[in-house]
Design a protein around this ligand. Sequence first.
Ligand code: PMT
Length: 398
Amino acid sequence: MSVLNDRKIVLGISGGIAAYKAAELVRLLGKAGADVHVVLSEGGARFVTPVTFQALSGNTVWTDLWDARMPNNMAHIDLGRDADAILVAPATADFIARLAHGRADDLLSTLCLARDVPLIVAPAMNRQMWESPPTRRNVDLIRADGVTVFGPAAGDQACGEVGMGRMLEAEELVELLEGYFVPKLLAGRRVVMTAGPTFEAIDPVRGITNISSGKMGYALARACAQAGAEVVLVSGPVSLPVPAGVCCVQAPSAREMRAAVFDALPGADVFIGVAAVADYRPVQTAEHKLKKSGDTLTLSLTPNPDILAEVAALEGAPFCVGFAAESRDLDAYAEGKRRSKRLPMLVGNLVRDGMGGDDNTVILYDDAGRHPLPRARKADVARGIVSHLAGLLAPRKG
Ligand code: PMT
């Protein structure tokens, strides 16, 4: 279940072309279980209509400070009263300027001024407006006032220019908003982890790999980052977007993965091996594509380095978490791997439960025994793993 479930979010939409993205944002917030109440500025209502947002949110849409539908005429107070956050997306240069200077001449700006809940803005504007000295000053001012700023991103702009100022996509905003509400159990920790399969080349076009999708590892990287950790994700070949706030290093083969892990390891508090690393690689990789013949082809394989075992054996090793995907006898094999690699914690899953799909059923193993987690989306499983891991970490010094 998303951390946004049952949260009341007031979504302010000011007058920029990125307002069209707010429709998808409302849909995704609703899908995550949030109760969304939309407030359109006058400019916002020129780009998108209240009807769209009423249909998507299932709630009344507000535009006017003097709206007679609010019996006490206090929309600017009542709307934000029991909200968990106000998110303004898009936040135009003009809206940010008015926020910075405490203007209260329409419903949205008055609501923001009269709030006692967190305020988050997602700027959207032309790159020159974003870079202009007044906007820079205004963004500094609202940050100093405790407003959180999501984005903007660089990229193609509606005006035809390319640069900084594009509003983040709806999925990115939802991810950041979830992160905002996640308890910061790993604040100040550095986490290095692996995810995905590895690819061990036979020739320039063929190789040995496996069916790991990377979804479990990427979900865990996202959960660690949302819990406040600095995360370096060493990833095998997958096609997944890198989670917000995660530094991702591509490493296709086991040996490249090992090198990238050891590069990232200095200062790490935690190492997590989610990757399904190939245990063997071809002794030789052919320089040119192998030609078909009628004969049997025999491949000679040699063992790959065991990255997790090597990290766990280091003097002053970080807290190491292993994973094990088994097709049977999960308890015996998983606990056996944990003990043989001397790991304080291991996450066990059955191949049929966890490999490839969006859900997983895992059992956590540590010195205190086995701790099953309920079957859930990998994002939720990942949050359960982070919470257990945080409980096992030694308190931070100082
Ligand atoms: O990617 P998904 O489709 O979401 O699937 C997720 C998953 C099933 C791959 C994941 O949840 C999982 O279980 N990963 C571990 C896969 C596995 O069985 O690993 P293993 O038993 O080969 O290795 C045990 C541990 O040692 C793992 O932490 C592995 O990362 C590590 N290892 C293994 C071999 C090796 N050469 N180097 C390693 O670091």
